[in-house]
Design a protein around this ligand. Structure first.
Ligand SMILES: NC(=O)C1=CN([C@@H]2O[C@H](COP(=O)(O)OP(=O)(O)OC[C@H]3O[C@@H](n4cnc5c(N)ncnc54)[C@H](OP(=O)(O)O)[C@@H]3O)[C@@H](O)[C@H]2O)C=CC1
Ligand SMILES: O=C(O)C1=N[C@H](C(=O)O)C[C@H](O)C1
Length: 258
């Protein structure tokens, strides 16, 4: 089968570097473009780094984006004009930016996931089942920990897990978001879902969903140790997206968890 011409934005970032490494050892891909936020006279894997322009992405089939929301929207504007497919791993979008992504997905095929790993998407599914199975006596809260460089909180994964709780209760996620704590030693359960985000060292990613009745606590937990987990997921998404019509897809669509 013809190789997928792949572009990676944010190529000098933690995920960008991981994606270059993972794509080079994956025969389904030919790396054709690498972009960064500013002009750099630098080559990686024989490719001259560039910025996000029509010309840069002309010869691309799929763009994988793990950057910042502003960059993602920049890329989607170009991708929708050139009819390119996009895998979005970036997190930290505002509601307005989420709505823009939805609009672009009417023109092009987009797979967007706050976490590209099988484990977290399975954890979200298990969270939905737990939330659906537990009565309103059980309060819930979400803990997450990441490296000290991470700009956004709560993490995209934590928000996914919160959405899993809301889905289980058949409620709108935004109506059940409680308090968002940062670097708290302890944090309370609430009538809504409270989040606590710890930023320390080089933690790759830890998430825990807790349900408490006061008489017992149920904990669902995921730990990531290697960013290859995420790049493998993103590359699988790029392959899966190849045959998909315009629309907004998630890793749950790819993994087919019902
Ligand atoms: N969905 C998932 O599974 C995962 C998602 N993520 C998410 O991916 C994002 C990136 O994470 P991480 O790699 O650690 O972050 P980094 O800050 O290490 O990398 C982001 C990169 O994007 C670059 N960038 C910023 N603006 C632009 C632009 N306009 N054009 C091209 N490149 C640009 C940055 O360049 P500069 O430094 O010059 O601004 C930087 O090199 C975060 O939102 C994170 O939450 C991370 C891991 C897994
Ligand atoms: O910034 C990171 O590193 C990660 N971000 C994603 C998130 O916001 O959930 C996914 C993963 O946890 C790593």
């Amino acid at each position: 089968m013809k190789k997928i011409n792949l572009a990676i934005s944010g190529c000098l970032g933690r995920m960008g570097k991981q994606l270059i490494k993972s794509s080079k050892s994956n025969n389904n891909f030919k790396l054709v473009a690498l972009t960064e936020s500013k002009p750099l006279n630098k080559k990686i894997a024989g490719i001259k780094l560039s910025q996000n322009t029509d010309q840069t992405f002309e010869n691309t089939d799929v763009i994988i984006d793990f950057t910042v929301p502003k960059c993602t929207l920049e890329i989607l504007k170009i991708a929708s004009k050139l009819k390119k497919k996009v895998v979005i791993g970036t997190t930290g979008f505002s509601q307005k930016e989420e709505n823009s992504i939805k609009k672009y997905s009417k023109q092009i095929s987009i797979l967007k996931a706050g976490n590209m790993s099988l484990g977290v998407n399975l954890l979200m599914y298990l969270t939905e089942i737990a939330s659906k199975s537990l009565n309103d006596e059980y309060l819930s809260k979400i803990f997450e920990a990441h490296h000290k460089h991470k700009k956004d909180y709560p993490s995209g994964t934590a928000l996914m897990l919160g959405k899993g709780i809301a889905n289980g209760k058949d409620k709108k996620f935004y109506s059940v978001i409680g308090k968002k704590f940062l670097n708290k030693k302890n944090f309370p359960y609430g009538e809504k879902i409270n989040f606590n985000s710890i930023r320390k060292g080089e933690v790759v990613g830890e998430h825990e969903v807790l349900f408490s009745s006061g008489k017992e606590i149920i904990k669902l937990n995921h730990e990531a140790f290697d960013r290859a987990l995420y790049s493998d997921g993103a590359l699988s998404a790029a392959i899966w997206l190849r045959t998909k019509k315009p629309g907004l897809y998630s890793m749950r669509d790819l993994l087919n968890f019902k």
